[in-house]
Write a protein that binds this ligand. Structure first.
Ligand code: PMV
Length: 325
């Protein structure tokens, strides 16, 4: 028997240049600080949602394995929203694959939930707008709200959905994804954020400082001012990591290879190569630079101790539908 309906989508990971870390103290998963990100041309999630009348429950396959626990719960909560909206009685089989390591600090939840809401919206024929899909993605993972949009996007404090700041073509920079370690992260971002809010003595200062960095980053993107964006971006990520490292117990995502890359980026800059770093909830480093110097910087970073791979990514497209019945 063929499925009742199916849809397949793709979404790309986005990397925050001005970081989100911390949730408002109210239900619904709302960010306590504003963030600004770049959706990438690479790091792609492909998701198929198939409604099947024979299913007695939703089935979630992630990278070839049956998902369980919190990942499965978060997917099912999203599917229930679409079932409710469409009036459809059918459960879904969700098959999702990443062309990069999952849950390792490469924003797989961002591309994952953006792809899921895009495919489920088509399979259940709910016709939600991009803003509504962004809001739904945010309820599962706030960074996912930004992957609904191409290029440069932002998510305000307490906002329902992200908005586009500028399209991918606005500024053709390169983001080098410097992979420094393999394996899944030790603590998920939600748990780590809650721990930071509850125990870090620096959390209040982080929340207070974040809007200033956001404004500097936003203006710099609009003016295509790389040194200004780079300065705000490095301060944002270092402040975020300093805050989580001062939680109790400490949250430390940085590995020895991470620090080697940071020092190398600073050294390259001293030699006149404009490049700036950011790190997420994992040991990898993402380096923003001009397209003209990207290959040279990539080669310099590939030789750093602890670096396994350097992926070259450009500003990329919004979450999109590929196939639909
Ligand atoms: O949306 P989450 O829960 O995956 O958190 C993402 C947090 C960071 O990647 C560290 C920062 C960001 O703004 O994406």
């Amino acid at each position: 028997m063929s499925p009742v309906a199916f849809a397949e989508s793709q979404a790309n990971s986005n990397i925050a240049l001005i970081k989100y870390w911390g949730k408002l103290d109210r239900p619904g998963n709302y960010p306590a600080v504003p963030s600004l990100s770049l959706t990438l041309s690479d790091l792609t999630t492909t998701t198929r949602v198939e409604l099947d009348a024979r299913l007695k429950a939703d089935e979630v396959h992630l990278d070839g394995e049956l998902a369980a626990g919190r990942t499965r719960d978060r997917v099912i909560r999203i599917l229930e929203h679409f079932r409710h909206g469409s009036g459809s009685p059918h459960f879904a089989r969700v098959t999702t694959n990443n062309d990069f390591p999952t849950a390792a600090g490469l924003a797989s939840s961002a591309s994952g939930f953006a792809a899921l809401v895009t495919a489920a919206n088509a399979a259940y024929a709910t016709h939600l707008s991009r803003a509504e899909l962004s809001s739904l993605a945010r309820s599962a993972s706030a960074s996912a709200a930004r992957s609904l949009f191409e290029g440069w996007s932002m998510l305000a404090v307490g906002a329902d959905s992200a908005v586009e700041l500028a399209p991918a073509c606005h500024w053709q920079l390169v983001l080098l994804v410097v992979v420094t370690a393999t394996g899944k992260k030790s603590i998920g971002s939600t748990e780590a954020m809650n721990l930071t809010r509850e125990t870090s003595p620096f959390y209040g200062t982080w929340v207070e400082q974040a809007p200033r960095l956001f404004e500097a980053g936003r203006a710099a993107v609009l003016e295509r001012d790389l040194p200004r964006l780079g300065a705000a971006m490095e301060q944002s990520t270092l402040m975020m990591h300093a805050t989580m490292m001062s939680a109790n117990p400490a949250v430390i995502y940085l590995a020895p290879g991470t620090l080697n890359v940071l020092h190398q980026v600073t050294a390259l800059r001293a030699r006149g190569l404009a490049c700036y770093y950011t790190m997420d909830a994992g040991p990898h480093v993402k380096v923003l630079c001009e397209a003209t110097t990207a290959a040279r910087i990539r080669d310099e970073l590939a030789g750093v101790d602890g670096v396994r791979e350097v992926i070259l990514a450009h500003p990329g497209p919004a979450a999109r539908l590929r196939l639909q019945t």
